[in-house]
Design a protein around this ligand. Structure first.
Ligand SMILES: Cc1cc2nc3c(=O)[nH]c(=O)nc-3n(C[C@H](O)[C@H](O)[C@H](O)COP(=O)(O)OP(=O)(O)OC[C@H]3O[C@@H](n4cnc5c(N)ncnc54)[C@H](O)[C@@H]3O)c2cc1C
Length: 262
């Protein structure tokens, strides 16, 4: 292709290793602390860098919607080698559902005029897995989901699409949205040089007004998805301990027969 402009959607999420909490009224995840790059999105970043390399030149632009002007996760992806980022952060986006998020992402992506848009198949914290295809629909781009391999030839993207039985070979014209699985590439670790360079890479921070979006269409005002209730996962029942009094084997066989496992 010669030059490829790839956009990667990266979600910045609360650190899954840290204790998390839900907002009392809305039952949504408390996102007020530091956010990090969703590990699922590091595969898209790596794939984009490799595709730009393979094209013989190009640029990887990150797009993220996150509260409080959060850039920590973006810096990680910039340290991997992305050139720049667009961050949409705005108090009116509080309470956004997946479609509202897709509207914001699509408007920001349109500005970057990409040849290809990469996302993960689903995020780690909320995972509706619906945002990428909504973004594609809003942009009027075709979408191919669950890619385990992505190659670009001319103005066509060739994807091996993971299925339960194996994979499908799918081709579609660019520009397109492709969702990638964790099997697509091995993400690189940011180098020290990359981390230092990332500090001065441009992050264009935009508001809803900057994107020309009607505030009533996004955030809590536009959300049609609502979390009505949250319940604790059922605690695992304690297993049955069989003390072998000479009949241990028979009792285990009887137990497995009772479950129709043997
Ligand atoms: C009721 C409700 C309230 C919410 N309130 C807020 C809030 O107040 N503030 C807030 O910031 N978020 C909020 N969110 C979360 C936010 O809107 C999510 O980004 C959106 O719901 C999509 O998340 P998902 O996990 O379903 O994405 P999925 O569809 O599972 O994600 C798939 C891929 O899409 C891309 N993607 C998804 N979301 C983003 C994103 N935000 N930026 C860049 N790429 C993305 C990534 O590549 C990701 O791997 C809320 C969500 C809900 C349902």
């Amino acid at each position: 292709m010669g030059y490829m402009n790839v956009v990667v959607c990266v979600k910045q999420i609360p650190d899954p290793a840290a204790p998390s909490s839900l907002e009392p009224g809305t039952h949504t995840l408390n996102r007020s602390g530091k956010l990090i790059l969703d590990d699922s999105d590091s595969y898209g970043v790596e794939m984009a860098l490799q595709l730009a390399d393979a094209a013989g030149g190009g640029e990887v632009t990150l797009v993220s919607m996150a509260p409080n002007n959060e850039t920590s996760g973006l810096r990680t992806a910039l340290a991997m080698g992305a050139a720049k980022a667009i961050l949409i952060s705005d108090d009116t986006l509080k309470g956004s559902d997946a479609l509202g998020t897709a509207k914001v992402l699509a408007a920001a992506i349109r500005r970057a005029a990409p040849d290809l848009v990469l996302t993960a198949t689903e995020s780690t914290d909320g995972y509706t897995g619906t945002t990428p295809v909504q973004v594609a629909e809003l942009l009027g781009f075709p979408s191919v989901t669950f890619a385990k391999s992505v190659a670009v030839e001319g103005s066509t993207v060739k994807v091996q699409r993971q299925t339960e039985a194996g994979y499908d070979e799918v081709e579609c014209p660019l520009p397109a949205v492709v969702t990638v699985t964790a099997g697509v590439v091995e993400p690189r670790y940011p180098s020290f040089k990359g981390i230092m360079a990332a500090k001065s890479k441009p992050v264009d921070t935009l508001t809803v007004a900057d994107l020309g979006i009607d505030p009533g269409q996004v955030g809590a005002a536009g959300a049609r998805q609502e979390i009505t209730d949250v319940a604790d996962a059922e605690a695992r029942a304690a297993g049955e301990i069989v003390v072998d009094e000479g009949d241990g084997a028979e009792r285990i066989v009887g137990f497995l027969e009772g479950l129709k496992l043997i």
